[in-house]
Design a protein around this ligand. Structure first.
Ligand SMILES: Nc1ncnc2c1ncn2[C@@H]1O[C@H](COP(=O)(O)OP(=O)(O)OP(=O)(O)O)[C@@H](O)[C@H]1O
Length: 323
């Protein structure tokens, strides 16, 4: 009797220990992602009124990705970008970029993060470049700010030259921003953002002020940075041309990621390649799924739906008992 209960007790303890170890050893959410936003919340309070700009946003971005973020005005895109850029701090949730915890950084770590881990390109060309410096000097500046007065001036100038050449701006290295077109300024801005070889390049509407042909050239510069330097790039855009050129477009709705479009190259039986796009709804870790409004409206789905688990899919039906 005693032996049995001891055995049972030992088994239970062992089992509990095993489960605890399993839980401890289980990789955390997004452990292998370069950018991991986990239930990110940002609440702004102005004149006593609260605005929930981000409402539990989840986003994972893999190292080396070039992806786009889209969403209606006010959906929270810029709020997210400012957080990822280290310019704003979320109210709750977790956010990690290249191993840096965006909620726990002190002032010094934040400054290093902004100088070395992320680079950004904003929509307003004037925000990206200093008007009294040439293109080459603008590109060398972040390197000088990083190293202080430590030498290597020639090396920095060489790196600035190389980056400008990669973005087809070598011939304009000695021009000041007002002597460059909007598209050229944005290409220099990309070189500036890449100066300290950041892990991530963030761009908020970088083609927003450009015509479509110039926008295409600027996007090509992002693609080159991604392919040649392996930099992970996140672009917020309203520009359909940009959104349809990347492999993954994530849509934000009401402060959450709601759906994403993945594009894959498929080869048919004749060997012809084509780009196939497919839209997916996001399933969060609690199993919540946001159905597209046009689907729910088409079938008049409201407060509840009926679910059925099939062998390889889940069926969702309108509640026919509703009345
Ligand atoms: N500093 C702030 N103070 C108060 N409310 C803010 C602040 N910044 C953003 N918001 C609010 O948060 C919500 C999300 O704004 P955000 O700028 O992130 O949207 P967005 O998707 O970037 O829009 P757009 O495409 O128009 O730039 C909006 O309702 C906005 O009014």
């Amino acid at each position: 009797m005693t032996t049995t209960s001891q055995t049972a007790g030992t088994t239970t303890l062992e089992e509990l220990e095993r489960r605890a170890t399993e839980r401890r050893d289980r990789p955390s959410y997004g452990h292998d992602a370069l950018i991991a936003c986990d239930r990110l919340v940002r609440i702004f309070t102005t004149d006593g009124v609260e605005v929930q700009a981000l409402q539990g946003l989840d986003l994972l971005v893999t190292e080396g990705e070039l992806m786009a973020l889209v969403g209606a005005s006010g959906s929270g895109k810029s709020t997210l970008m400012n957080i990822l850029a280290g310019l704003d701090v979320p109210t709750a949730g977790a956010a990690k970029v290249a191993g840096c915890d965006l909620l726990a950084m002190d002032g010094k770590a934040r400054l290093r993060y902004r100088r070395e881990v992320v680079g950004f390109v904003w929509q307003q060309t004037a925000r990206n470049l200093l008007p009294y410096l040439t293109a080459a000097q603008n590109v060398a500046l972040p390197m000088q700010l990083k190293d202080g007065r430590k030498g290597g001036t020639r090396q920095k100038a060489r790196r600035a030259e190389e980056l400008l050449a990669m973005l087809d701006m070598a011939d304009h290295a000695d021009r000041r921003p007002h002597q460059l077109s909007g598209g050229q300024q944005q290409r220099v801005a990309i070189a500036v953002a890449l100066a300290n070889n950041p892990s991530v390049l963030l761009a908020d509407e970088p083609t927003g002020e450009l015509d479509s042909a110039t926008g295409e050239q600027v996007f090509a510069a992002f693609r080159r940075a991604n392919e040649e330097l392996g930099t992970t790039i996140v672009i917020v855009t309203h520009d359909q041309a940009v959104a349809s050129e990347v492999r993954r477009t994530v849509a934000i709705r009401d402060g959450r990621t709601s759906s994403e479009v993945l594009r894959r190259t498929e080869v048919d039986e004749t060997g012809r390649e084509s780009l196939v796009a497919r839209e997916y709804a996001m399933l969060d870790r609690a199993g919540r799924l946001q159905l597209p409004a046009d689907y729910t409206e088409a079938l008049d789905m409201r407060h509840r739906v009926a679910l059925e688990l099939e062998q390889d899919h889940i069926g969702v039906w309108p509640d026919d008992k509703e009345g």
